[in-house]
Design a protein around this ligand. Structure first.
Ligand code: TPP
Length: 633
């Protein structure tokens, strides 16, 4: 079904068209934008709530600023749908997150209006300062605006940037889009501080008065202006709730209603005239204007397709349990018999499945905010005290905590259990979210154990094994999506570290597969058997330590070996096998199947596997090519 944008929206081809609208038309544009986003996202799925929450802000920003020359940066970028639609991508929006379609996040290669590529949080202020300093050096006089959520502001990098930005005093506007939510409800002391700022009516009234009196008097003489500013500073020092940001050297204003379009435009126009770093605090509602999304903000953060008129999701066809749920439930089962277990998430209790632990053992669950670095070192601290910290962080986000893994976990041999969900290609979120570097970045580290389960049952036993290991850090990666529907055994079995298993004997080629690639190996082997090629299938389970005994046996029996991983080929599991083969003076041929030195764009997971040439058909093709190479003795 094709989706028609509203009549006014149909005429908006770029931000210049917005500037021609009168106040009533601007309100109408907001209505049509909301409706269009709802039409498309209810059909396709995608990030809904955050985008609905910034419709007025987006219109106001493009109305007041001269984009793309003025730089507009969206933190995380999942709220950028209105921005995309208003900047020349209206008609392509139905292709959002689909193969060859628009990216779900701002992307520099997609539009000149996307000034900075995002996906991971808390980068906007740093990038904004860079652009502001760049503009100052080159005297291009560009305005720079960074929009950051209250969730993203919990990331340490945002505070590193505030610290630097307040010191440099370059021109920059940071807009805090405060909606009290990350994906799940926001937690932490900063969140409590923002609540105080927002609810403190007397302070707000007084601050507004000061602002009215000082900010608006543009014709004040210089002396009076300096006096006024000193007075303001003095009064603010005592009374202003935004003092936290003021003390970083930013001029704070707010909080204001982020859905009041005229007020936003007026405020942005005022703030544009003020030099130096500025901080505007706006209050918005996630899912604004669509009752089901306002009522269930978590569910509508990134919904799958739903019925627009009711907000009801179609009945799910029965599917195997997801890896995330299998993990989350296993954590509770293990925690209920092992009091040393605690769980840590960086703002993803639902996404990681640790919400089950939070519900069952709230005192043993910690949501530290979007703070992966802290999460890892916090876990290391817990391990120092004899606890067993299950640290669940998506593979892609653990990239943030790398030095903490090296310095705080590995060197000190602390038994931190790293559980990396979304290991592998994730599909529609695209390259910023693909978890395809974890093996490479962890494999080089002494004292590290790395494993990956072939299915949801093996995940349970691996998790149990990890909690019993205790000799140092241990990491488990598993993919996004559903398991394969195997039966889950209620009891746990401790596995031997570094031991793989032969799943099926063969004679022509050996498939050494890791994690979910075991299924792809099985499928490829089935196709090959029709062509009378017999493949042995090995579930390797461990990347580190490798099962050397098993590998020696394979080297003896096969002259053709294929390694399979849902990961970059460079530095990954296949590389580990190849290094060992070299050491063993193996004379046969090894084909490493993995992603070859490229970022895989968005699409369905199956399309992404095809793009990366790690799907069963590609495996078959490459195996046949390998077999055709003459054997050299
Ligand atoms: C480094 C990093 N960790 C985790 C995430 C996953 N994530 C995506 S959006 C989000 C919450 C963002 O909250 P906020 O900034 O308040 O934006 P809102 O959705 O409320 O508009 C999280 C945790 C991420 N994108 N980047």
């Amino acid at each position: 079904m094709s989706i028609e944008p509203g009549k006014l929206l149909q005429k908006i081809n770029n931000p210049d068209d917005i500037k021609k609208l009168d106040p009533i038309q601007l309100e109408q544009l907001a209505v049509e934008l909301r409706d269009y986003i709802l039409d498309v996202v209810s059909q396709n799925g995608g990030h809904l709530g955050a985008s609905l929450g910034v419709i007025e802000l987006t219109i106001a920003l493009h109305y007041v600023y001269n984009t793309p020359s003025d730089r507009l940066i969206w933190d995380v970028g999942h709220q950028a749908y209105p921005h995309k639609i208003l900047t020349g991508r209206r008609d392509r929006f139905p292709s959002n997150r689909k193969k060859d379609g628009l990216s779900g996040f701002p992307k520099r290669s997609e539009s000149e209006y996307d000034t900075f590529g995002v996906g991971h949080s808390s980068t906007s202020i740093s990038a904004g300062i860079g652009m502001s300093v760049g503009s100052a050096i080159q005297k291009t006089n560009k305005k720079v605006v960074a929009v950051i959520g209250d969730g993203a502001l919990t990331g340490g990098m945002a505070f590193e940037a505030l610290n630097n930005g307040g010191f440099l005093q370059n021109d920059l506007l940071v807009i805090l889009n405060d909606n009290r939510m990350g994906i799940d409800p926001n937690t932490g002391a900063l969140n409590e501080y923002l609540t105080k700022v927002t609810t403190s009516q007397t302070f707000n009234k007084l601050r507004d008065d000061i602002w009215q009196k000082l900010g608006k008097l543009n014709n004040l003489g210089e002396h009076l202006r300096i006096f006024a500013s000193k007075l303001e500073d003095g009064v603010k020092a005592v009374l202003t709730p935004g003092m936290l940001f003021e003390s970083f050297g930013f001029k704070y204003y707010g909080p204001i209603d982020g859905h009041d379009l005229p007020k936003l435009i007026e405020t942005l126009n005022d703030m544009k005239k003020i030099k130096g770093p500025k901080f505007l605090h706006i209050l918005t509602t996630k899912g604004k204007g669509y009752a089901p999304a306002e009522d269930d903000q978590l569910k509508f953060h990134g919904p799958t397709p739903f019925e627009k008129s009711s907000g009801i999701f179609p009945k799910k066809t029965p599917a195997p349990i997801s890896y995330t749920d299998a993990f989350g439930k296993a954590v509770v089962e293990i925690a209920s018999v092992d009091p040393s277990i605690v769980g840590i998430t960086a703002a993803m209790p639902s996404g990681t499945g640790l919400k089950y632990l939070a519900a069952e053992f709230p005192d043993r669950f910690f949501d530290v905010g979007i703070a992966e670095q802290h999460a890892v070192t916090f876990a290391a601290g817990l391990a120092c005290e004899g606890l067993t910290p299950i640290t669940a962080i998506y593979s892609t986000f653990l990239q943030r905590g790398y030095d903490q893994v090296v310095h705080d976990c590995c060197i000190q041999k602390l038994p931190v259990v790293l559980c990396m969900d979304r290991g592998g290609l994730v599909g529609s979120d695209g390259p910023t979210h693909n978890g395809v570097f974890d093996i490479a970045y962890l494999r080089t580290l002494p004292n590290m154990v790395i494993m990956s389960p072939k299915d949801e049952q093996e995940l349970r036993d691996m998790l149990y094994t990890a909690t019993r290991y205790k000799k140092g850090p241990i990491a488990m990666r598993y993919p996004r999506g559903n398991g394969i529907g195997v039966e889950l055994r209620p009891e746990f079995t401790e596995m031997e570290i570094g031991k793989g298993e032969i799943l099926k004997k063969g004679t022509d080629v050996a498939f050494l597969a890791l994690g979910n690639m075991v299924q792809s190996a099985e499928e490829a082997a089935r196709i090959l058997s029709e062509q009378h090629i017999s493949a042995e299938i090995v579930n390797m389970r461990f990347v580190k330590p490798l099962d050397e005994e098993l590998l020696r046996d394979i080297f003896k029996r096969f002259s053709k070996i294929v390694t399979l991983e849902d990961h970059q080929a460079q530095g990954g599991f296949g590389s580990a096998v190849a290094e060992f083969a070299l050491k063993e003076r193996y004379k046969g041929d090894i084909e490493i199947i993995g992603i070859i030195d490229q970022f895989i764009e968005h699409g369905t997971p199956a399309e992404c596997h095809q793009m990366a040439e790690i799907d069963p058909a590609s495996i078959v093709k490459r195996t046949i090519q390998l077999i055709e190479i003459p054997v050299h003795h």
